[in-house]
Design a protein around this ligand. Structure first.
Ligand code: GTP
Ligand code: MG
Ligand code: ZN
Length: 211
């Protein structure tokens, strides 16, 4: 995600994290374009996702901030960069390894969106070892099919609560003695992430009825 132009699409990020976890892959959240906003703005996002249990790196393909750290995460791994158009996936890879010379594109000033510059998935070799795939931007992602009880296992900050509420089948909505609700009230779980869980839970329930 970029922290600005385009604005972070946190709904999409939360879906992507679920999908990655569902496929038993590991995730690194790169928050790019930190040169465009004040540190308070991007640090807030870093804290939210770090506290939830994810690895986050704040980067700028322009100033080079965080690029070395990101390069370190890619070493000897097979990685795919995924996210909306215009967030700077190709630019970051160019910053990591200038010899890649990937094509990058302007963000539309009127719509604040990327112009779908990368058109296909390309697997690239990294000099320090490892392979990385650049990929086209996207904004829509459907959830994998699952039962309603399974969703919380794909939110790292909710996973720890499985089986600990009064009802073992607690969906953490408004059930009595729900420890997740308590953690949200006490600020130990981020409210927006919790709301994201509730929204996606609704979607999972609607999809269940199709089968
Ligand atoms: N200010 C700033 N601009 C950036 C940064 N990273 C990328 N950009 C700019 O953002 C625009 C889009 O960058 P791309 O690298 O083409 O984005 P992308 O994610 O590969 O986009 P698609 O290939 O369309 O999916 C370009 O104009 C880049 O110069 C950054 O860290 N800071
Ligand atoms: Mg690209
Ligand atoms: Zn609960």
């Amino acid at each position: 995600m970029s922290v600005h132009s385009p604005a972070p699409n946190l709904g999409l990020l939360d879906r992507l994290l679920i999908l990655v976890e569902y496929e038993a892959l590991d995730s690194i959240i790169a928050l790019n374009k930190i040169d465009l906003v004040s540190p308070e703005v991007w640090r807030d996002l870093v804290n939210t996702y770090t506290q939830a249990g994810y690895t986050v790196v704040a980067t700028s393909a322009i100033t080079g901030q965080g690029v070395k750290e990101l390069r370190g995460y890619l070493q000897d791994k097979l990685t795919v960069l995924a996210g909306p158009s215009g967030v700077g996936k190709s630019s970051l890879l160019n910053a990591i390894q200038p010899g890649l010379a990937l094509r990058t594109g302007e963000v539309s000033r009127k719509l604040g969106r990327g112009r779908h510059t990368t058109r296909f998935i390309e697997l690239l070799s990294l000099e320090g070892g490892g392979l990385v795939a650049d990929s086209p931007g996207f904004n829509i992602l459907s959830l994998p099919s699952m039962k309603r009880e399974e969703l919380s296992a794909y939110f790292r900050e909710l996973e720890a609560f499985i089986g600990s509420c009064r009802f073992s089948s607690c969906l953490h909505r408004s059930e009595p003695d729900c420890l997740v609700n308590q953690a949200v009230e006490e600020g130990r779980i981020d409210r927006r992430r919790y709301q994201s869980y509730l929204d996606l839970l609704q979607e999972v329930i609607e999809n269940e009825q199709r089968y």
